[in-house]
Ligand binder design. Structure first.
Ligand SMILES: Nc1ncnc2c1ncn2[C@@H]1O[C@H](COP(=O)(O)OP(=O)(O)O)[C@@H](O)[C@H]1O
Ligand SMILES: [Mg+2]
Length: 232
């Protein structure tokens, strides 16, 4: 298979008609400065992410997802990735606490949507609409607004689904891209690597923050997320 792109956590191959995205066991934090491999992480993320994409597809959202192949592959439509990270926050946690005087755990009503420039070299800086357009990441504000709307829709769908399973969706990061017919699709992954999940009862951290903050038991909590998402 032809390798198109090897990122920090996934390898993207050209399949017969579409893409094969292989979720690897690599975990990174701090733009790749911190790295580990944890056996089984890729499979867990692929399985969890597949369930979320299925839910979004059922709700009529346009995504790149075509299917899940056990243990750690997705089939997906190839898109031209927009070099922006779209972050949606329901609760204050992580980097936003270093930028503004929010209290950890405070709720954002309505949720906040922020855009970052997807660049390890520049450390994914936040940007406003003008900068995103000047960089050529998008054509105009209309495109940013479509991503905002889709992101809030993802939030509504996943937040409710997870709440029923005792998980708080604290925040998450999405990537979008353009397919060859000019459709805007949700791409990449939705997993404990790219979301913050807290247990609704205990407020325990159930995501990659366990790795970032050296809290231990990273995969135990990924497994628990998988279990709750599949209800088994
Ligand atoms: N449908 C898709 N078409 C093309 N590229 C994609 C698609 N979905 C995800 N990607 C890209 O695959 C790459 C590998 O993923 P990942 O390992 O998460 O990379 P990163 O190091 O940028 O986080 C990323 O650049 C991501 O934007
Ligand atoms: Mg990534």
């Amino acid at each position: 298979m032809e390798l198109l792109n090897k990122g920090k956590a996934k390898s993207v191959y050209k399949g017969e008609a579409d893409l094969i995205i292989e979720f690897r066991d690599d975990l990174t934090a701090g733009d790749g400065a911190k790295h580990a491999t944890m056996e089984g992480k890729g499979a867990l993320n692929a399985e969890i992410s597949a369930r979320f994409f299925e839910l979004l597809d059922e709700a009529g959202m346009e995504t790149h997802f075509l299917g899940y192949e056990k243990p750690n592959r997705h089939l997906a439509k190839e898109v031209k990735i927009i070099p922006l990270e779209v972050i949606c926050r329901n609760i204050a946690a992580g980097s936003i606490l270093r930028r503004y005087p929010f209290e950890e755990g405070q709720e954002f009503t309505p949720p906040l949507v922020e855009f970052g420039f997807k660049s390890d070299e520049y450390h994914d800086p936040m940007l406003n609409d003008e900068v995103a357009i000047a960089l050529g990441a998008v054509k105009d504000r209309g495109e940013l607004n479509r991503m905002r709307e889709m992101t809030l829709r993802v939030n509504d769908i996943l937040r409710g689904f997870l709440a029923e399973r005792g998980v708080i969706l604290v925040d998450f990061k999405l990537e979008f891209g353009w397919d060859r017919d000019g459709n805007l699709l949700l791409a990449d992954e939705v997993s404990p690597d790219t979301c913050r999940f807290w247990d609704a009862e205990t407020k325990e951290v159930m995501d990659k923050d366990r790795f970032r903050r050296d809290m231990g038991d990273v995969l135990e909590y990924y497994r628990e997320i998988r279990r709750r998402v599949y209800g088994d």
